[in-house]
Design a protein around this ligand. Structure first.
Ligand SMILES: [Zn+2]
Length: 542
């Protein structure tokens, strides 16, 4: 018997967490059809995996690629994801999905997604199902699963209105959640720190989560707070840490609705927030032990990408254009930012400018705002406001002190080591400005640094949480394992050399040790180069 493709002599790490074993794989029509433990198999094409691990393709469980995938050149922009072994993205995160959409809602969606992309696209679809059809007809670089965003649905039902939804509006949103899930979405996401998610009370969320729970779908949520003090809870100081309150509320919603909960990007922002990490993890464990179906995800860096206006309070953002030139508003803003800066332990040197969106400021890209202040001969606050004003609040930044800084990263390690933690990039891919290292090194870094070098978990456990664990959370069938009948989405990597090589100076350095990446049984990347094989990804529908 000759197979279309065989992968011989590899060490299979099958995604279940079981110990690796030597085997040969036969692949036909995109799927694994034979696993032989004794003889190498014969195939029209053969990949020799001697000395390499053969693992299921990695699942990026929190991706913003849905704002790139509709672009004609999305495969070029998203290539760094495939180069690190990612074969599936779960997009539609933090409350926003490009579908369902209408002409009226398009400008509102553009307002949010501007931070996630540099080029707009036309919304040529209405429903989730239409959107998936569009992606399917143009082809996708990698497998794509979508969640439907609460923010998108709230805009559809209520426009810009920020209050509590009327009964009719809430019923309309609930109907839309059900339709999107029926139309192929794998779950529901919310971004409770962004408008309009920030306006949603827990009763509104609970009634929508009941619809999600009824269909056994996933709820992925960007919580109201990731730091011990935040603008969204009162009192500002005193009482329970805000990030702990946020997690408690979400666990309460999951308990009340019965929904499957995914706590998105479980980070601890600001040096003074780090000490809360044990209490937060304990809260999650206690809930899990009492039957709440909860998991979380994280990236293996102490930095994350966002926009320059993420640190501004809501009163300032409300009328940004006017306030940014008003001396009184700026004085008040500086006072509040000083309090937050000292209270959080997050300073100007912890924020790096990635993309200024202004050619005359491009020379500042890659510098932190303490350095930018020195360059511009201004105090850091003035330098920060200069870039914020010039970019109309849209400059892209990399924030530090996420669960650690430099050698101090105990909270980050505690989250990564946790058996409930899946891995994700949360990255904003770009061909402008300076990159987020997560675009290039996330999965190699977990395998190289946190598994091999620091020994936080075995290689088999790392692969489990990159593959079968997120696949099971979403309910992806025939994926996330090396098993007969499964799709041949595979990564061949060298367990001794797999590593991330990004540094602050080279945030786009390619990883080492990733030898080949297969999607639907076709080789899409080999030895760090793209194989011209078209768009092999599958648009996944529930
Ligand atoms: Zn988020």
């Amino acid at each position: 018997m000759e197979f279309e493709l065989v992968v011989n002599n590899g060490l299979v790490v099958d995604g279940t967490g079981a110990p690796r074993y030597r085997a040969h794989l036969g692949i036909e029509k995109g799927r694994i059809v034979a696993i032989s433990r004794d003889q190498p198999l014969a195939g029209r094409t053969e990949l020799d995996a001697t000395g390499l691990v053969v693992a299921p393709g990695f699942v990026d469980v929190h991706s913003h690629s849905d704002w790139i995938l509709p672009l004609a050149d999305h495969d070029e922009i998203l290539t760094p994801l495939v180069m690190q072994g990612i074969t599936t993205v779960v997009a539609g995160q933090c409350g926003f999905s490009p579908a369902p959409a209408t002409e009226e809602v398009a400008p509102l969606l553009d307002g949010f997604s501007e931070m996630l992309r540099e080029r707009a696209f036309a919304y040529t679809w209405r429903t989730m199902s239409d959107f998936l059809d569009v992606l399917e007809s143009q082809g996708v670089l990698l497998n794509t699963a979508l969640l439907v965003g609460h923010g998108t649905l709230r805009y559809l039902a209520m426009g810009r209105r920020s209050g509590t939804p009327t009964e009719r509006e809430l019923a309309a949103m609930a109907l839309q959640v059900g339709q999107a899930l029926e139309g192929g979405a794998w779950g529901f996401s919310a971004g409770l720190a962004y408008a309009p998610g920030v306006f949603a009370g827990n009763p509104e969320l609970l009634s929508l989560l009941r619809v999600v729970a009824d269909r056994a779908a996933l709820f992925a949520v960007h919580g109201r707070a990731y730091s011990w003090v935040s603008p969204l809870y009162r009192p500002m100081i005193g009482g329970t840490a805000h990030n702990l309150r946020s997690v408690r509320e979400l666990l309460g919603l999951a308990r009340a609705s019965g929904v499957k909960l995914q706590l998105s990007h479980q980070i601890f922002v600001g040096r003074r927030t780090w000490r809360t990490h044990r209490a937060v993890l304990r809260e999650i464990e206690t809930a899990a032990a009492s039957g709440v179906d909860v998991a979380m995800d994280a990236f293996p860096y102490t930095v994350g990408n966002s926009t320059i206006n993420v640190v501004f309070p809501d009163w300032f953002l409300d009328d940004f254009e006017r306030q940014v030139d008003d001396p009184g508003s700026l004085r008040r803003l500086k006072r509040e930012m000083d309090v937050l800066r000292l209270g959080l332990g997050l300073d100007y040197r912890d924020i790096t400018l990635l993309w200024a969106r202004r050619p005359e400021l491009a020379e500042l890209e890659g510098l932190d705002f303490a350095a930018i202040g020195r360059r511009l001969r201004q105090p850091p606050f003035e330098a920060y406001m200069h870039v914020a004003r010039a970019s109309q609040g849209r400059a892209r930044v990399l924030l530090g002190t996420y669960s650690g800084d430099g050698a101090r990263e105990e909270p980050l390690r505690a989250v990564l080591a946790h058996p409930l933690c899946a891995f994700m990039t949360d990255t904003i891919l770009t061909d402008q400005g300076v990159h987020n290292p997560a675009s290039f090194g996330t999965f190699p870094r977990v395998l190289g640094r946190y598994s091999r070098e620091l020994g936080l978990f075995t290689l088999e456990e790392a692969v489990r949480r990159m593959t079968s664990w997120p696949a099971a959370r979403l309910g992806l069938a025939d994926m996330g394992g090396v098993a007969t009948g499964h799709w041949a989405d595979l990564v061949l990597f060298d367990p001794e050399t797999v590593a991330d090589h990004t540094t602050p100076d080279r945030p786009d350095a390619p990883p080492s040790g990733i030898h080949a990446v297969l999607i639907s049984g076709r080789v899409v990347a080999r030895d760090g180069k793209v194989e011209q094989n078209g768009r092999c990804g599958r648009v996944l529908r529930r």
